[in-house]
Design a protein. Structure first.
Length: 318
């Protein structure tokens, strides 16, 4: 049985990856310091013999006293509300944390997959964004702590691959949604769904003309798993190229929830990208991957998750 270590394993994406790795027959070591991760995301795995949970900040020295075959490095604050509140922790996990995990991969002879992000493209001047685009990032702006942490992490991963021969993979993740998103993480999907379900105004920043592309978590996990087992070393976009404006998305959420919520406009945050759409030609050609879950199907599953959460919190009647 191969062993997979998942950093940030109690987070939204990390916990779904723990599930997938276990389903594929791997043993899983989930590592999380619970700054943004939630124990509830992995509590259904607690009694399994092939699952181990370690509470640790990987920005601090770290070692495992057992063999490891794969490392999925997903530890990091990943939403604007988190990395704006935790800028130094975000920079440290992208730099020191990545260094520590690469050191572990080198020692164990493990393959490491880095969770990078579409944010490495910044506010892009090329549309859609291919992996060959170098980006348009403000390194000293408030979002720079996340953008540059991931750009640095990519550079370090490639350096360990070239200098030490470590087997590495890099996934650039575009907007992803689904069950287990943190209810108050500040991202558009949980924000809009909760506001719609509770009858609050949907908060749209700017005039809502900025675009995003939304990928359901099951599709993303499939793409990541294929990338992990592939021979591709260079960064690879994984996301859904179906693009829509934030204003249209807000209206779509109100339709799906049957909500009568109005829309409230706020000032656009500093350096907020105006457009975001992945070019997934590489994923299609190399991995044979493309998203399969239709937007409405994924959103309805996500809406049901948040409906149950709000009912348990007493914020919504059953």
């Amino acid at each position: 049985m191969t062993t997979v270590a998942v950093t940030g394993g109690a987070g939204f994406l990390g916990s779904h990856l723990c599930d997938r790795m276990l389903a594929e027959g791997h043993r899983v070591i989930c590592i999380d310091n619970f700054i943004t991760g939630r124990r509830a995301n992995v509590e259904h795995l607690a009694d399994r013999d092939d699952f181990r949970l370690l509470e640790h900040d990987i920005s601090q020295p770290f070692f495992l006293d057992e063999d490891v075959d794969y490392i999925l490095h997903f530890a990091s604050p990943a939403s604007p509300i988190d990395y704006l509140e935790l800028p130094i922790q975000t920079l440290k996990v992208g730099s020191l944390g990545t260094h520590n995990m690469l050191g572990l991969a080198k020692t164990k002879g493990a393959r490491l997959l880095l969770a990078s992000t579409s944010e490495v493209y910044g506010d892009p001047l090329v549309h859609p964004q291919p992996e060959t685009y170098w980006g348009n990032v403000n390194p000293v702006g408030p979002r720079g702590v996340y953008d540059e942490a991931k750009r640095f992490a990519e550079a370090m991963v490639m350096a360990y691959h070239r200098v030490h021969g470590v087997e590495t993979r890099i996934v650039r993740i575009f907007n992803t949604y689904g069950p287990r998103m943190r209810p108050r993480d500040g991202r558009v999907v949980p924000a809009f769904i909760q506001q719609a379900l509770t009858g609050e105004p949907l908060t749209v920043f700017g005039d809502g003309s900025q675009t995003r592309s939304f990928c359901f978590v099951d599709d993303l996990v499939e793409g990541i798993y294929r990338l992990l087992l592939s021979d591709r070393v260079e960064p690879t976009n994984i996301g859904n190229p179906g693009e829509m404006t934030i204003l249209d998305f807000a209206r779509h959420i109100t339709r799906l929830t049957g909500s009568e919520s109005e829309i409230s406009f706020r000032d656009l945050p500093t350096d907020d990208p105006k457009i975001r759409q992945p070019d997934i030609s590489v994923a299609r050609d190399v991995l044979g991957w493309q998203p399969r879950v239709e937007l409405d199907e994924g959103l309805l599953r996500t809406i049901e998750y948040f409906r149950q959460y709000l009912q348990e919190e007493g914020r919504l009647e059953a």
